[in-house]
Design a protein around this ligand. Structure first.
Ligand code: BES
Ligand code: MN
Ligand code: MN
Length: 459
């Protein structure tokens, strides 16, 4: 029986995840290139060991894609599982209580970079598939695709998907790379935000200057950049770039009321972040601001002297990295273009401005009345004994919109993380409860999906 199998192999599942977490697969940093490839090899091996066929590494111009499949019967529906084995850089290392690539358990949680995002989450699928194959078998065909460049924008995945349409043909994409509201409030995200990411450079004088000799007579690029950035958001939390909201789809009052049913405690939110007050776009609640509304945030800003002590300098250049989260129907290329034009337009004549686009991604929303969403709903109901709440997520998984466009397949975001998991932050963690509960929930998805596809009943 499946449940018995899961119980009997619990410890090994965790040990294997620990081995996976020990390999520093930081896709952004070329220092970890070999480790990243080693991680792909590890994943391929585990897919084979789980009983999948044709496990292979597909080379791309970047990090390889791992693919494996189990075709049990051509006439059955096919589930394509997507995940990513790469992780965000672990910096700053000194803020980690235990080292990022030495997984450690504290308070029933696994601490390591990638514990939740996404190693801990995609590995639940590998183990759920192993357990299904070792016991009752699979009620659907399955294809598994685990990539190594999600955290750097899945740059080479578009080409891979376009070149492997036949191989990737499936009826639904299943992804565990998002969060639930709380362990006693399971939820399913029905949308993701898109992303436009730019780097800006403001140049003033041809070199750093003595701030006493030149200060007051030469426009300081760091001062200029701060003023320009500050002007991008007004006091009502609105983004001031002309045309920025033109394609934003406003939700209806009913849709907003539906989303507002999800429990949210603003005081606890503030306490968790040690915030004196929240801030955001006027007219929207905190959960709305962080999911159905677009944003603009400076991710990093630098220039001049930032070392120890004081150096009197008027910098020659100033830089910033800026991300904009997008909602339907905004398009990352259009938004990047609008940003560039506006940023050039607001620059004073004393400086030159350069805008360099980085990766982006389109927003995504999936209907909640589909057979696949219903299958996820039933899986949660059965494994958690609770009705999952539909929510809209604030993060981005660029490949999801691309899957829909290239392959015409919808994605189900069946993630099991929590806000406290500290994704991308020091001391990232993942609850043991979530890891094991996820492994238990996934087989129910297959069961219900296969049943619903056989005889679609009313949701
Ligand atoms: N798993 C996250 C996205 C996420 C997290 C969605 C939590 C919903 C809830 C993913 O790995 C991620 O971090 N994506 C990046 C995208 C980027 C690097 C192109 C993001 O959202 O910043
Ligand atoms: Mn992720
Ligand atoms: Mn991430």
């Amino acid at each position: 029986m499946l449940q018995t199998y899961l119980n009997e192999h619990k410890e090994r599942f965790l040990n294997e995840l620990f081995d996976l977490l020990r390999i520093p697969s930081v896709s952004a940093d070329s220092k970890f290139k070999d480790d990243t490839r080693r991680t792909a090899g590890f994943v391929r091996e585990k897919l084979t060991a789980a009983g999948l066929d044709n496990a292979e590494l597909h080379e791309t111009e970047g990090h390889p894609v791992v693919y494996a499949e189990k075709i049990v019967d051509e006439s059955l529906p096919t589930v394509l599982v997507y995940g990513h084995y790469d992780v965000q850089p672990a910096d700053p290392y000194e803020l980690w209580i235990s080292p990022p690539f030495e997984p450690t358990i504290r308070n029933e949680r696994i601490y390591a970079r990638g514990a939740c995002d996404d190693k801990g989450q995609f590995y639940m699928h590998v183990k759920a598939l192993e357990a299904m194959l070792a016991t009752d078998g699979l009620p659907c065909n399955v294809k598994v695709m685990i990539e190594g460049e999600e955290e750097i924008g899945s740059e080479h995945l578009g080409k891979f998907v376009a070149e492997n349409r036949e191989k990737l043909k499936a009826d639904v994409i299943l992804i565990s790379d998002t969060s639930i509201i709380a362990n006693d409030v399971p939820s399913i995200e029905s949308g993701l935000r898109g992303l436009s990411y730019v780097e800006v450079e403001v140049t003033g004088p041809n070199r750093d200057l003595h701030s006493g000799v030149y200060g007051g007579a030469v426009h300081n690029p760091v001062n200029v950049l701060c003023r320009m950035i500050a002007s991008l958001i007004d006091e009502k939390g609105h983004i001031t770039i002309p045309g920025f909201y033109d394609r934003v789809v406003e939700l209806t009052a009913e849709e907003r009321a539906e989303l507002a049913k999800a429990p949210f405690d603003e005081e606890e939110y503030q306490r968790d972040l040690n915030l004196k007050a929240v801030f955001g776009e006027e007219g929207y609640s905190t959960p709305e601001r962080a999911s159905i509304r677009p944003t603009l945030d400076v991710n990093g800003i630098w220039g001049g002297y930032t070392g120890e002590g004081a150096k009197t300098v008027l910098p020659g250049k100033a830089h910033a990295k800026i991300s904009m989260r997008l909602v339907p129907d905004q398009h990352p290329d259009d938004i990047t273009e609008l940003f560039s034009k506006h940023f050039q337009a607001i620059a004073p004549p004393t400086v030159t401005v350069k805008v360099t686009p980085h990766h982006g991604g389109e927003p995504y929303v999936t209907p909640t009345d589909s057979v696949e969403f219903e299958a996820a709903r039933r899986a949660f109901r059965e494994a958690w004994g609770k009705e999952p709440v539909p929510t809209r997520g604030g993060g981005s998984i660029p490949i999801v919109a691309l899957f829909e466009r290239e392959l015409g397949i919808k994605s189900i975001l069946m993630g099991f993380g929590l806000d406290i998991d500290a994704l991308h932050s020091p001391n990232e963690s993942y609850g043991l409860f979530n890891f094991y509960k996820g492994i238990e929930t996934i087989p129910y998805f297959y069961k219900h999906y296969a049943e619903l596809k056989k005889a679609p009943v009313e949701a």
